[in-house]
Design a protein. Structure first.
Length: 341
């Protein structure tokens, strides 16, 4: 079983995807106190809660696969796009990964980020990351994938996935998963019929109630409150969950249900990220934090499919290698027979 180390682990969505594909997470790091509470309730590995900048590589156990959905505000269209120059230092965190890659030499690196990472600063940001990894010997693959096309999850969520291999053979055998049909419906995930806690509904006294009534006409889709108006999204698809939903009423996905207009519950937000229904939401973490954690996380089935593709590449390369040995042994036998070697 290949050992993974998870950086910027959040609530561990990437960890779940790799574990479901058969990998073992032996180390995880996350410094946000609230996300750590959620992580600890749902994962067995002991979480390192230090700022990663304070963690010497010598204190990280050896591992084969680096997992990292590193902070993306600096690269995101929704943020200020300051990239590596981000004044809060968030753009520089890639270089912590670079430091750990240099010291630990994991054979595989998996990175996840916002789609805009590729286009940021006219492609310069991604070129820097790419050449940093190539300079350390990694062969790089990357692909932008939408959860509704690749994860059978009805969320419009495009993310870039980067996979790097030290081994040329495994790299040659790797390809990202293909698209699959979307069979899961928003109605399988969100409660349109039964009632949830009263606090999620907007009563007639809500300041935006008239706007909701005017804009939210269908029970077939998911809406978003955009400060002053309701935005309708593609039919039967949830818009991209964001880290700032649940703060200031901005970007909270809304649905029209049999019992009225309401926002999604935190549980529904994790479910539309493909988390299992057994995922535990800690009682001592406020909903505003849970919304942020869900929005910051990943679509687990997409991660699992990529992790499976990594396993297929390793298996294929191993079988090519062992076939090679058989061929070599056969040749030796032939040679042995002919020339008495
Ligand atoms: C985009 S989120 C990753 C979410 C994760 N992939 C998941 O499935 O939940 C980035 C995470 O990095 C954490 N983070 C940011 N700076 C950090 C630092 N210096 N040290 C450790 N963690 C940090 C944030 O708290 C946040 O949870």
């Amino acid at each position: 079983m290949l050992a993974c180390a998870s950086f910027f682990a959040g609530v561990g969505g990437i960890d779940f995807g790799f574990e479901q594909a058969g990998f073992d997470v032996v180390y995880a790091n996350e410094f946000c106190e609230k996300a750590s509470i959620t992580y600890k309730q749902n994962h067995e590995v002991e979480l390192d809660t230090r700022d990663i900048r304070d963690v010497p590589s010598t204190e990280i156990p050896d591992f084969d696969v680096m997992l990292a959905g590193f902070p993306c505000q600096a690269f995101s269209v929704a943020g200020y796009r300051q990239g590596f120059d981000d004044e809060k230092g968030r753009g520089n965190l890639y270089f912590e990964l670079e430091r750990i890659m240099k010291d630990k030499r994991p054979s595989i690196v998996f990175l996840e980020n916002v789609k805009n990472l590729v286009g940021h600063d006219n492609g310069r940001t991604f070129r820097i990351i790419r050449s940093s990894m190539e300079g350390m010997g990694y062969k790089i693959h990357h692909k932008v994938m939408n959860a509704c096309d690749y994860g059978d999850i009805p969320q419009n969520r495009e993310r870039i996935y980067v996979v790097g291999f030290l081994d040329d053979g495994v790299s040659d055998c790797f390809s990202f998963p293909d698209e699959i049909p979307l069979e899961t419906d928003i109605g399988d995930i969100f409660e349109f019929e039964s009632k949830v806690d009263d606090k999620y509904y907007y009563g007639e006294d809500a300041y935006m109630y008239d706007e909701l009534k005017r804009g939210m006409t269908s029970r077939e889709t998911v809406y978003q409150w955009r400060r002053k108006y309701v935005r309708e999204n593609k039919s039967r698809l949830c818009p991209t969950l964001t880290a700032n939903m649940g703060t200031g009423g901005h970007n909270v996905p809304l649905i029209k249900t049999r019992h009225g207009f309401r926002k999604l519950t935190p549980k529904e937000c994790f479910m539309i990220q493909g988390f299992d229904s057994s995922f535990v939401l800690p009682e001592n973490v406020a909903n505003s934090h849970l919304y942020k954690q869900a929005g910051n996380s990943v679509v687990v089935p997409v991660i699992k499919r990529i992790a499976n593709s990594i396993i297929s590449a390793i298996d294929l390369e191993n079988s090519i290698q062992s076939d090679g040995i058989i061929v070599t042994q056969d040749l030796m036998a032939v040679n042995g027979g002919r020339w008495g070697i």
